[in-house]
Design a protein around this ligand. Structure first.
Ligand SMILES: [Zn+2]
Length: 311
C-alpha cells in the first residue's frame, strides 16, 4: 500500500543541469498522479524509472512554462506509444486551448481519450476514487497565471476483522461490513461486544499537499491542516523576502511558517531559484522554524509508510 512521492524536477523558472523544471509523481496504492509537467519531464520519468504509462491523472498548478511546457510532448509520446487508456488533465481552462492549437498545427490529435477538467478559483474536489480524494485550492500568484494548490488524501480504510474473535462470538457474515465501520456487536442474548475486541485498526490515512508558486499566506494552512507531507516552494532565502514578494514567491522561512501553521508532519522545500546551486542555506533557515524539513532534489523519493492507528 504505497504512498510515495518522486521528485522529477525541483527547479524554478530556468532549468539547470542539476535541477529540472517542476514535476513530481505521487504513487498512492499503485495509482500514479503526475503533478506539474515542466520541460523535460518525459526524460525524468524515464531516468528515474517511473512506470509512467500508468499515469492517468495530471494536475497542473498554473500556466507558467516551468510547470507545463513538458505536457504537449508527453501527450504526443503517449499517442506514439499506442496508449488507449483515458487521460485526465486538471488545469486552468486555457490549457485545453493551448493543447488543441498545437494538435491542429501538427495535424496530430491524441489517439486516446483525453479529458480536460478546469480548475476554478474556489476550493474544489477534482478527483475521487476508492483510495483517495484530490482537492484544489487557490494560491496567491500573478493575476494572469492564477496558481492552485493540491491536497491528496487517502480515504480512511475499514477496520480489520479478527477472525478468531468473530468466530468465537458467532458474528454473522452479514454484519461484517458494519463491524469494519466500527460498530459494536450485540449478541442474540443482548450482550454488547465492543468493536475493539473484534477488530484491529486500519492504517491511518495519509495525505500530501503541494503548494508552489505562491506568496506566503496564513490562510493557505486551512486547506492542508494536519497534512502528513507538505511540499512548499522556497524559491528564495529569507534575505530576499522583498524579491520573493515582488515575484509572488515565498522564502524558506515562510514555507516553514506555513508548515507550522498547518501542523504538517514533514516539510519538503523545492522550486529553488537557479541562484542556489547548493540550497542548504534554505534548509537551515526553514529548520529554525520547522525542524522536520527536507530539501528536494531531482530523483529524491519520499515515502510515507502505512502506520497503524493507536488502539
Ligand atoms: Zn514556477
Amino acid at each position: 500500500m504505497k504512498f510515495e512521492l518522486t521528485i522529477l524536477g525541483c527547479g524554478s523558472a530556468v532549468p539547470t543541469v542539476q535541477r529540472n523544471s517542476a514535476a513530481q509523481v505521487l504513487n498512492v496504492q499503485g495509482r500514479l498522479f503526475l503533478i506539474d509537467c515542466g520541460e523535460g519531464t518525459q526524460q525524468q520519468l524515464r531516468r528515474f524509472k517511473v512506470p509512467y504509462t500508468r499515469i492517468n491523472h495530471v494536475f497542473i498548478s498554473h500556466l507558467h512554462g516551468d510547470h507545463f511546457f513538458g505536457l504537449a510532448g508527453l501527450l504526443s509520446s503517449f499517442s506514439l506509444q499506442g496508449r488507449r487508456a483515458d487521460l485526465h488533465v486538471y488545469a486552468d481552462e486555457r490549457l485545453q486551448g493551448i493543447i488543441d492549437f498545437l494538435s491542429r498545427a501538427m495535424h496530430s490529435r491524441p489517439r486516446y481519450p483525453l479529458h480536460f477538467h478546469p480548475i476554478g478559483r474556489d476550493a474544489q474536489l477534482l478527483h475521487e476514487d476508492k483510495a483517495l480524494t484530490v482537492h484544489s485550492f487557490p494560491l496567491l500568484h500573478r493575476a494572469d497565471a492564477p496558481s492552485s494548490g493540491f491536497l491528496f488524501a487517502e480515504r480512511p480504510r475499514p477496520r480489520h476483522v479478527r477472525r478468531e474473535m468473530t468466530d468465537a462470538f458467532r458474528v454473522p457474515v452479514a454484519f461484517m461490513h458494519r463491524l469494519k465501520q466500527g460498530e459494536d456487536f450485540v449478541t442474540p442474548d443482548g450482550e454488547v461486544i465492543a468493536n475493539e475486541r473484534l477488530t484491529t485498526p486500519a492504517p491511518a490515512p495519509r495525505s500530501y499537499a503541494y503548494l508552489t508558486d505562491t506568496l506566503f499566506h496564513p490562510d493557505h494552512a486551512e486547506y492542508c491542516k494536519g497534512v502528513d507531507l507538505l511540499y512548499h516552494e522556497a524559491t528564495y532565502g529569507d534575505d530576499l523576502a522583498r524579491l520573493a514578494r515582488e515575484t509572488f514567491h515565498s522564502t524558506a522561512g515562510e514555507a516553514a511558517r506555513l508548515a507550522l501553521l498547518a501542523g504538517a508532519g514533514r516539510l519538503l522545500l523545492g522550486h529553488f531559484s537557479s541562484r542556489y546551486p547548493d540550497p542548504s542555506c534554505l534548509l537551515e533557515q526553514a529548520r529554525l522554524v520547522f525542524p522536520d524539513t527536507r530539501l528536494c532534489e531531482d530523483g529524491a523519493v519520499f515515502e510515507l509508510p502505512a502506520a497503524r492507528r493507536e488502539l
